[in-house]
Ligand binder design. Structure first.
Ligand SMILES: [Fe+2]
Ligand SMILES: [Fe+2]
Length: 192
């Protein structure tokens, strides 16, 4: 189950489809960023044994998704290149507390929320793309299970290192923050 505090605006899929090339470019960067987050955590917390294999596997899967999006960009004839950072991730990370171990808990839960929102939005995209670009619709439908699993994996990694009631309470707070940040976005992005 995805622990999102608010569902996506029903107007979002039409907005996304109207800017599909930009959305795909954003998505490619997002998958690369997701792999980078997992690798950053591996470098930051080598002493946290429970994080190592799950995050190594997650990083590999995100890079495979990245390659998948690059394939979709090539198929649609869209050039890939540098992209300006969106506002979502930066604003989302403001909820992360500076001092350890709270920083580790909050970083895992922010990652869990990003995965949950991606999963929700890929579900919407898969539906909206049917009959528009069936190959792309199938591609998004194929990503759903992995992103839902990544959401669960980050929550479980938090529970492996912190009391479960503390994780649940903090997850609710981070989810409320995520919904508020998302409500301010209006760009053609996966988290726009
Ligand atoms: Fe992914
Ligand atoms: Fe993911």
């Amino acid at each position: 189950m995805l622990r999102l505090a608010a569902p996506t605006d029903p107007a979002w899929p039409a907005r996304a489809l109207a800017h599909l090339d930009e959305l795909l470019l954003d998505h490619a960067h997002l998958e690369k960023k997701a792999a980078g987050t997992a690798v950053t955590l591996l470098f930051r917390y080598p002493e946290r044994r429970e994080l190592q294999e799950p995050l190594a596997q997650l990083a590999r899967e995100e890079l495979a998704h990245f390659e998948g999006v690059l394939g979709q960009l090539a198929r649609r004839g869209i050039a890939f290149g540098r992209q300006r950072a969106g506002g979502y991730a930066g604003r989302l990370h403001r909820v992360v507390r500076a001092a350890e171990p709270a920083r580790r808990l909050d970083t895992l839960l922010v990652a869990a929320l990003i995965e949950a929102r991606s999963c929700e939005r890929f579900t919407l995209l898969a539906g909206a793309l049917r009959g528009v670009d069936d190959e792309l619709a199938a591609f998004y439908a194929g990503l759903l299970a992995a992103e839902a699993r990544h959401h669960g994996a980050y929550v479980q990694l938090a529970i492996a290192g912190f009391p479960e009631d503390e994780v649940r309470a903090r997850l609710d707070a981070v989810a409320a923050h995520e919904a508020a940040v998302l409500a301010e976005q209006c760009e053609p992005r996966v988290h726009g």
